[in-house]
Design a protein around this ligand. Structure first.
Ligand SMILES: Nc1nc2c(c(=O)[nH]1)N[C@H]1C(S)=C(S)[C@@H](COP(=O)(O)O)O[C@H]1N2
Ligand SMILES: [Mo]
Length: 420
């Protein structure tokens, strides 16, 4: 459906519902009800109409009315520095995650690095080992890409046997999307001169956890880069300041933060974070390891648990879709638990390996409903149902959930998480 057609349909719906609301609340409309939007008289002059406002500020912050929009932190009580902060997806619109709300996943806390003393060492199977200070790196040609990072542990509660009752962000908020700017690794590798025997690259972070990851040399050369900027400003400490690896479309744990060592090798390192962790035990007892690419996935971000639909009538269903394999081609939405599907509108432009925002105007008739979204990417891959994913991967899983997520709307308008 085109955006225009969707908008016309939604407007027709809201006009009809608006007049019903007006009938019901006539005389009692408050400025908060949608009915008041058409019935209101101009507000009395507020003080800011005739006095100067607040002074200038060196760095803008969210306004106090939005103070509740924050990451939810789940820190491991037994291991200092290990845990996550989840993006409150239900509070956001569009397809860029504000830097201060980008999810965070650390294994040993956030190191406080002085950029003047930090270096990235490039060594191993190269003609000339090199060390780059941050001031040097900043002088290389840069590229900018809008990219999703999703932790492999995102949505892991969806493997549980019972649906957990939490808002979408606190179950599925280990995914965010920023514009990242930095230096293509191919440039630095060419400068060092890569040996013919090389086939892997091991990247290591400076945090004291030995966070190292092996990535095939072909991917590193194709599109990986060292990011120095996030959404136009230098990286946040939580995102890897002063320098992090970006691996477009691949899983979150590969995006090594606080990079200080890059070793060109002929074999993967088989570090903890690519063997014991971030691999998956299959029903036949074998493990999937080096399972790199983000599967196609989508989530309805509103309505979600903890929200209540105010009244029957027009309701916006909105959410996010992404795929490591390319761009999102379509998102279909079902309001009856997957029997009938309607195409949602995608906000333009739709970028490869980035969030695509979808929406669908739905006329809720006050009856129970099950809301679902299903994404298809431009490689033709389709997001699987939860049942299909469980059948393929078994019940031993913790990582890589990309099944369809369902939200149940009850007659009273309350929304809960459901398995359908
Ligand atoms: N050095 C280092 N890099 C790291 C990690 C870490 O703990 N240390 N966590 C990884 C994991 S598991 C994920 S999902 C992403 C999270 O990136 P973010 O915190 O910027 O969202 O960083 C990855 N890079
Ligand atoms: Mo992760």
């Amino acid at each position: 459906m085109t955006a225009n057609r969707a908008r016309r349909r939604f407007l027709r719906g809201s006009l009809a519902a608006g007049s019903i609301l007006l009938g019901r609340t006539a005389g009692a409309a408050t400025p908060d009800t949608p009915a008041a939007a058409s019935a209101a008289t101009p507000a009395p002059a507020a003080p800011y109409r005739n006095t100067p406002g607040q002074p200038f500020t060196p760095y803008g912050q969210p306004v106090r009315h939005e103070r509740a929009v924050v990451r939810r932190i789940a820190a491991n009580r037994d291991v200092a520095g290990n845990g996550v902060g989840l993006t409150p997806l239900e509070d956001l619109e569009g397809s860029i995650t504000p830097s201060g709300l980008h999810f965070e996943r650390h294994h040993n806390g956030v190191p406080q690095i002085d950029p003047a003393r930090h270096q990235v060492v490039l060594h191993g199977l190269v003609r000339q080992p090199l060390a780059f200070g941050m001031a040097q790196l900043l002088r290389y040609p840069m590229q900018s890409k809008t990219l999703v990072i999703e932790c492999s542990g995102n949505s892991n509660v969806a493997w549980h046997r019972e649906p957990m009752q939490r808002p979408v962000g606190s179950m599925h908020g280990l995914v965010s999307c920023s514009q990242w700017s930095g230096v293509p690794l191919a440039l630095l590798l060419d400068e060092a001169g890569v040996d013919r025997k090389a086939s892997w690259v091991v990247i290591e972070g400076a945090d004291g956890f030995d966070f190292s990851i092996s990535i095939p040399l072909s991917k590193i050369r194709e599109d990986c880069f060292l990011a120095l900027y996030q959404n136009g400003e230098r990286l946040r400490a939580e995102q890897g300041y002063p320098v992090r690896l970006m691996v477009p479309g691949w899983r979150g744990h590969l995006h090594v933060k606080w990079v200080h060592r890059i070793e060109v090798t002929s074999a993967p390192r088989l570090s903890r974070n690519e063997t014991a962790a971030y691999s998956a035990l299959m029903p036949d007892g074998r493990a999937r390891i080096f399972d790199f690419v983000l599967d196609v996935k989508s989530l309805i971000t509103t309505p979600t648990h903890d929200q209540t639909l105010p009244a029957p009538g027009p309701t916006m269903i909105s959410g996010l879709a992404w795929s490591g394999h390319g761009a999102i081609r379509a998102v279909d939405v079902s309001v009856d638990g997957g029997n009938a599907w309607q195409p949602a509108t995608l906000q333009q432009p739709v970028l490869a390996q980035a969030f695509a925002r979808f929406s669908l105007a739905w006329n809720w008739r006050g009856k129970p409903a099950i809301l679902q979204s299903r994404a298809t990417d431009d490689s033709g891959r389709v997001q699987p149902s939860r049942a299909a994913l469980l059948a393929a991967r078994g019940h031993n899983n913790f990582y890589h959930f990309n099944g369809i997520v369902s939200w149940k709307v009850d007659e009273d308008g309350s929304v809960s998480h459901a398995y359908a």
